[in-house]
Ligand binder design. Structure first.
Ligand SMILES: [Zn+2]
Ligand SMILES: [Zn+2]
Length: 291
């Protein structure tokens, strides 16, 4: 049975399960050590460094200004992920911040298209968290992010195409346990079209969320754009039972941002923390503390 603390709310912050550091190619302000320091300061129990594993070349768009060295003929190819360097940095931070649980992870883009490469990296061991994320859609002979597609296609079509791809992402790769930011195209939804209305895409969202639930993956509440509680409700109705939280911070100051609100949303939908702070929240899980 739920104890008094269960009934009152989540209490402290949950783990930040999606953070980038200098080991991600696009985190030009990243610092694992400073991120850990900040995490301790604000009372986070655990942080998962889920660095980018991006193997799909994509249209660079504005990123040509961020990493011109990675762009050729308008297409950005991310550099290889330095697994050994990353691992050593994680070990160092575990030593520096013994009170913080520091998890090693990856965020793999388009995991269904790069399964063999992902397996090869994971087989080296030591990864605590694998997030699978859809960042790009096919665009001619390369790929492109939603923000690059919106000016060239109907915005509704971009969202529909994105959501239609999610079941293929889940069914095409067993190696990730968390689906990252299912609402990714909403981050760059064209402002001139007015507020995004999820109900216009209810069928498409439900189909995507059903695939996540059926694939026994956790849904991430990514706080870069606070997840519309309606999406969490649909996830639950489609059989979803596990969620994680992630700030998607690319710089130390952003770690933990928005997690308190996201935890309150998850709590309101019947999700509860597990025994370890970094564990996904689950339906019917119980807090360790006795009532
Ligand atoms: Zn991402
Ligand atoms: Zn990310």
């Amino acid at each position: 049975m739920d104890d008094e603390r269960d009934a009152s709310g989540p209490g402290g912050l949950p783990a930040d399960g999606h953070v980038h550091s200098e080991w991600s190619w696009d985190a030009t302000l990243g610092s694992m050590e400073e991120t850990c320091r900040r995490a301790v300061e604000i009372g986070l129990p655990a942080v998962a460094f889920t660095e980018h594993l991006d193997l799909t070349p994509f249209r660079a768009g504005f990123l040509v200004g961020t990493r011109p060295d990675l762009v050729h003929d308008g297409v950005l190819t991310a550099p290889p992920f330095d697994v050994e360097g990353f691992r050593a940095a994680v070990e160092r931070c575990r030593g520096l911040f013994p009170g913080l649980r520091v998890l090693a992870g990856v965020e793999v883009g388009q995991p269904h298209l790069h399964r063999a490469a992902l397996r090869a990296i994971l087989s080296s061991g030591g990864f605590d968290r694998v997030i699978g994320s859809l960042h790009c859609l096919p665009d001619g002979d390369v790929a492109a992010e939603p923000w690059e597609l919106y000016p060239r296609r109907r915005a509704d079509d971009v969202v529909r195409e994105y959501l239609a791809e999610i079941p293929r992402v889940v069914d095409g790769c067993d190696e990730f346990e968390v689906l990252g930011h299912v609402d990714y195209p909403l981050r760059s939804w064209p402002t001139e079209l007015g507020p995004f209305e999820p109900r216009r895409f209810e069928d498409e969202f439900r189909q995507a969320l059903r695939a996540v639930a059926a694939g026994d993956r956790a849904l991430e509440l990514n706080t870069r754009l606070p997840l519309d509680p309606l999406l969490l409700q649909w996830f639950r109705e489609e059989g979803g039972r596990r969620v994680t939280f992630g700030s998607d911070a690319h710089e130390p100051a952003a770690v933990g941002a928005g997690l308190a609100d996201a935890a309150a949303t998850a709590w309101a939908h019947g999700l509860r923390p597990g025994r370890r702070p970094e564990a996904p929240w689950q339906v019917g899980a119980h807090q360790h503390a006795a009532g």
